[in-house]
Design a protein around this ligand. Sequence first.
Ligand SMILES: [Zn+2]
Length: 561
Amino acid sequence: MRSLKILPAILVLSAVMPVPATAQQPTTVSEVIDKIVRQEQVEVQLLRQYSPLVETYIQNIRADKKLGAVPDGDKYFLGRAELAKGVELEPLEREAGMKRKVFGGWANLFSTEFVPRGFLQMIYLDLNGFDRQHYKIEYVRREFLGEVRCLVFDVDPLPKAGKGRFVGRIWVEDQDYHIVRFNGAYGGQSLITNYFNFDSWRTNVGKNLWLPGFIYSEEGSVRDAKTKNIGFRAFRAQTRLWGYDLGNVREEQELSKVLVEGPNTVNDQSEAANDYLPFQAERSWSRQAEDNVTERLERQGLMAPHGEVDKVLETVVNNLEVTNNLDIQPEVRCRVLMTSTLESFTIGHTIVLSRGLIDVLPDEASLAAIVAHELGHVVLGHRMDTQFAFFNRVRFDDKETFRHFDFARTPEEEQAAKSKGIELLGNSPYKEQSGTAQLFLQALKNRSKEIPNLISPHLGDRLLTSWTIVAAVFSAGPPDADLKPAANVIAALPLGGRIKVDPWNDELRMLKSKPVGAVAETEKVPFEVTPFVIYLTRQGDHSATEAPSAIIAKTDSEPKP
Ligand SMILES: [Zn+2]
């Protein structure tokens, strides 16, 4: 018998206990610098073996009287890096010619090829001679990034070192001397001719292995006259890399488990009735198609492996089902798409929400509103294309993914799911918490024109369809539900506000951070690009199955004794 489950509030927050670092002291600065240079050369070579996914989301900003700066147009790029070839990128296109469309507007400043590669380049400090012949490297101090003790250096190119050299500051962990963060710009003429400022983070994903995961960049200021003069539009951008170890670890573990079990284990169900009736065969066939699609997306790094965030979503599904007396077979599952785009869809009985969407939702009630709509599709039996139950149908080139998979619905299905979703939500306890979901939708509506690429789905429904559902349910709600957020209410979170991603194996965790006090009006930045502040940790040997938890949005830059 199932019952309502109480989710520990998604925003539950707990303090993070720093683990004391056991580090050796540097001997002389000069020796340390030699070690750093050597380690960075190793890093550049090491990276050549990887082909992570790279996502860059760029938001132009404009001045706003009340809020300081607000989004004003955006760009989105998703591709697979081929680091063996330097900063090569294979775009994963939503449709043919997308690349041109997305970046066309920047043609006056950048070539269309340039922009995504330019952002990818920021995983390297200097591909072409980071050493003492080209740089002056000066020790500044010691500082903790998260729980990792670092040595901080200022880096400047020597005169005549050539153009495109890095200028800025580096953080070096003090055990093996990996550069774990660098913050600055490429000077002179580089791939990116406008010297974008950037802050590039590497996270520890295994013993002695630090890989680029997060880059925040920005250029220009809405107040800066110089920015206006060169006809350049101020922007902020987040670049994320993940999927360094797609499938490998899991497959190996799975296979070795099977091998350990030995050949004598048989699937012994001989006493049970185990032949399939036709309707069961049909169900099983659909499930096969679902599994094929989700497995394929996971292998490509587009879908997170099943984990803790899925369980949060499944709890919401459970609560909707229980209060609506539903018993859906086969049971509804939930998965998370890795991208920052805001989208949701169903694949048979699998409900998929994007990481980006979950990130910006303010609370469980607003999450339930989105889930209710998708559950509407499931309840109404909206089918997926079961041709994917044939294994050959899920074999295709990476870059064709978005052409082969499309889970958007017909307008008729949308309309029906909308009504169903309203009904499901109306019977649920979430109905009582109308305020926040309503505010979220209002915020999204208000912003939608400025963030068209963020709300363009790769695979599923536009969120637009889910908006109306909430409006309908909640307009019948408490009449005093004011659309103006109260002082401490946040209508929608900035990008990346909730989930941390492990760049190595794509595992997702809910962020743990301390509760924030009062948030100023200018600090509420719904749907906005904000800087990354990564809570760095050290991992053990990566053969361990435990998930690295690399990032927690918590500033911790105070030097500790
Ligand atoms: Zn829909």
